[in-house]
Design a protein around this ligand. Structure first.
Ligand code: HEM
Length: 427
């Protein structure tokens, strides 16, 4: 607790525990006291300074030199020696990708790799996303009951990511298996045994990602982000290095998968808990795009992000020393009354809903945000059209993987009367 030396820690700050029940149940609610009374505080439990108000969180995101993203993927729980040895056995060398890369390296890479994320390029993926979504819904549409996470929301974003990356069809199943085995433990508190099991999965995932890159190198003329990046490497070999290509092959899957799966589960849960809003979407699909933004604001899938302070500074008037680590709670910023009127209310017509910080902000802002938005919109379009009478299975308890940052229910049970399915009765 070096950073706290000499500065008083309030009782609330001392009690803050992002692995505790309150934060796991509802992150913005758990730090409401902070938004109101002590918006920047030191947490002895995790050794991080915690930032909870909209303007402060945005200011931290905005300055990626003073607030370096280099620790964004660092393990919050130190890695055991055994797990480190396991990773070494697989030659695991994932280091900087984009999300945790400092300037001046980051921006030239981001620019060189951006084109596949532009709306014109993304439009080409729309039929693939819709087809996949419809196929998954087909599997359970007559069942009357489903766990939307297990039966759709977990797998569709993963498969979309593999298509977006341009992974050859024949390698998709293997990557899907490794990726599913690799539960994101970066943000959690795994036991030493779990760490070794995770390290095995991560090591295999890493190795296989490398072989897929090598295969794509043989003929990088095809569609997708990886072939595009391999072609970009020929133009700018110093900007896009070999190890970098290997890293984004694996990191790209992780970045695109759980974030989107969790966002979709949170959104559908929130909409069904607010049944009249769901019915409005069924009646008027034009409301869906802004509803997606409001879901991302109110119940986003990234609850908090991290930065490292590179020079003595102040945040919200609080002096923060060089070397301090920051937990910036974007889910709390999204509920800040100073920026959003009636911030706790779920309002799909909210005019500034898209000001949310769930995708971060500034030069590292999520590159996949428009792909994620497209997926979420298509999920809602298909479900409201084909299963408008969907409802939550009553009295289910929602559980969440304990961690600081990635947030979504482990399961989402829904039910409906299949004999009332409109697409069927229309035929
Ligand atoms: C970066 C959230 C989906 C690719 C980020 C960051 C956040 C985030 C918080 C860090 C932003 C910052 O530091 O300012 C999300 C959420 C998603 C999502 C909530 C879904 C709802 C995706 C998808 C892809 C993707 C589908 C890829 C196809 C990336 C990349 C970066 C990034 C490449 C690094 C950008 C950079 O550092 O320059 N995302 N993401 N994300 N995301 Fe996403």
């Amino acid at each position: 607790a070096m950073a706290a030396a000499g500065c008083p820690v309030s009782a609330n700050a001392a009690a803050f525990d992002p692995f505790g029940e309150a934060y796991q149940a509802d992150p913005p609610e758990a730090v409401r006291w902070s938004r109101e009374e002590e918006p920047v505080f030191y947490s002895p439990e995790i050794g991080y300074w915690v930032v909870t108000r909209y303007d402060d969180v945005k200011a931290v995101f905005r300055d990626n030199v003073l607030f370096s993203p280099s620790i964004a993927l660092e393990k919050i729980t130190p890695v055991s020696e055994e797990a480190t040895a396991t990773l070494a056995k697989y030659g695991y060398a994932m280091n900087r990708t984009l999300v945790n890369e400092d300037e001046p390296e980051h921006m030239p890479r981001r620019r060189a790799l951006m084109e596949p994320f532009t709306p014109e390029h993304l439009a080409g993926h729309e039929p693939m996303v819709r087809k996949l979504t419809r196929e998954y819904v087909d599997r359970f549409v007559d069942a009357g009951k489903a766990d939307l996470v297990d039966e759709m929301l977990w797998e569709v974003p993963l498969t979309v990511a593999l298509h977006f990356l341009g992974v050859p069809e024949e390698d998709m199943e293997t990557l899907r298996r490794y990726s599913i085995a690799h539960t994101v433990n970066t943000w959690g508190r795994p036991s030493p045994e779990e760490q070794v099991a995770v390290a095995e999965a991560v090591g295999k995932f890493w190795q296989f990602a490398g072989t897929v890159v090598e295969k794509l190198r043989q003929d990088p003329s095809g569609p997708g982000w990886m072939p595009f990046s391999i072609r970009a490497q020929r133009e700018q070999p110093d900007v896009i290095t070999d190890s970098y290509l290997h890293s984004i092959m694996m990191a790209g899957i992780v970045a695109a998968h759980e974030t989107t799966a969790n966002a979709a589960a949170n959104a559908i849960k929130l909409l069904l808990e607010n049944r009249s809003v769901w019915e409005e979407l069924c009646a008027d699909p034009a409301l869906i795009p802004n509803a997606v933004e409001e879901c991302l604001r109110h119940s986003g899938s990234v609850a908090a992000w991290r930065r490292l302070v590179t020079a003595d500074t102040t945040i919200g008037g609080v002096p923060i020393p060089r070397g301090a680590k920051l937990l910036i709670v974007n889910s709390s910023a999204n509920r800040d009354e100073r920026h959003f009127d009636n911030a706790d209310a779920f309002d799909i017509r909210r005019e500034n809903a898209s000001d949310h910080l769930t995708f971060g902000y500034g030069s590292h802002q999520c590159m996949g945000k428009n792909l994620a938005r497209m997926e979420l919109q298509i999920f809602l379009e298909e479900l409201t059209t084909r299963l408008p009478h969907l409802e939550l299975v009553p009295d289910q308890e929602f559980t969440y993987l304990p961690n600081t940052s990635f947030r979504g229910p482990d399961h989402l049970w829904v039910q409906w009367d299949p004999s009332a399915n409109p697409e069927r009765s229309d035929r």
